[in-house]
Design a protein around this ligand. Structure first.
Ligand SMILES: [Zn+2]
Length: 304
């Protein structure tokens, strides 16, 4: 019973939650469908989240709740400032409001930063002092740990890694953020799916396009290679600026790591100076997409 917490990872289409013990072991886990972009107000969003957490909190006693959420958090003021796909959110004290409803301490952080925390404490970031963690899925996110502590930036918007510009040319692809040439427009599941459909007229998901590539489809292979090279270019910019050595990657696209690895490595090779290149390690997560949940458990524990 002691030190059990509820860890929650809220994504674009679902809410995952787990009871986690003091050693970071996941004891019970469940996944519920949830599309926050379909809600129309902050109150409706709060209701939808609470409704999904209730069954787990009724069945298990926990001491605190930690949540990874897709948005920008101002930790000083305790506010969810904004969330890119939730236009109805503005300066919402989400932690306080959830805490009042649930009767438990609630800590929240950006979902990618949560995944970074999980990887840093329980995954392939262990033993590092600094870590750049990247989440590759529907979109692309990033979280940075500096000197053992999460770096959120001055307004909670640090490490918008998916919006690093990797293609400056005027014909570069448009990104959902309104800019051109962002990493997310090349190395996300959404981007791969869209590029393949634009050229072939076939609507396949990223997994199917991966299988096509494995079976020799040259277009599919070229798209994965471009994604890997773009990812390498964005990582190289971070390494040049921060001199960070350990980079970990989690998310649904990790299943296509064998497609990314060589083009990513080649780009790092060509961009970084040799003294730096030798020290940099880019590692796919082995946490089976649970980095976010484990990071949320760390957040919850910090409230105790
Ligand atoms: Zn963008």
């Amino acid at each position: 019973m002691a030190e059990r917490v509820l860890a929650v990872d809220i994504g674009g289409t679902n809410l995952r939650q787990a009871i986690v013990d003091g050693q970071g072991r996941i004891l019970h886990e469940r996944r519920d469908g949830l599309r926050l972009s379909q809600q129309t107000s902050e109150d409706a969003m709060l209701d939808a989240i609470v409704e999904r957490l209730r069954p787990m909190l009724t069945a298990h006693r926990v001491q605190a709740v930690g949540i990874g959420f897709p948005g920008f958090f101002d930790d000083t003021r305790g506010l969810l400032v904004a969330s890119p796909n939730l236009p109805y959110v503005h300066d919402l004290p989400l932690g306080r409001r959830l805490s009042e409803r649930l009767g438990l301490p609630v800590a929240l952080q950006n979902d990618a930063l949560c995944a970074a925390l999980g990887e840093f404490h329980f995954g392939r970031g262990r033993g590092a002092t600094n870590l750049l963690h990247i989440t590759l899925g529907t979109g692309v996110g990033g979280g940075l740990i500096l000197n053992g502590r999460p770096w959120t930036g001055e307004s909670g918007m640090a490490m918008e890694f998916g919006h690093t510009r990797v293609h400056p040319e005027p014909t570069a692809r448009w990104c959902g953020c309104g800019n051109q040439g962002c990493l997310e427009a090349y190395a996300s599941a959404t981007a791969i799916t869209r590029m393949y459909a634009d050229i072939t007229g076939e609507a396949l998901d990223a997994r199917q396009i991966y299988r096509r590539a494995k079976n020799g489809d040259e277009l599919a292979q070229a798209l994965w290679a471009e994604a890997g090279a773009s990812l390498g270019a964005a990582i190289a910019q971070c390494v040049v600026l921060l001199d960070i050595h350990r980079i970990t990657i989690s998310g649904g696209l990790i299943g296509a790591w064998d497609m990314f690895e060589a083009p990513l490595g080649n780009t790092l090779e060509s961009v970084l100076i040799s003294a730096q290149r030798e020290r940099v390690k880019v590692l796919p997560s082995r946490l089976d997409d649970r980095a976010g949940l484990l990071g949320a458990a760390c957040l919850a524990r910090q409230t105790l």
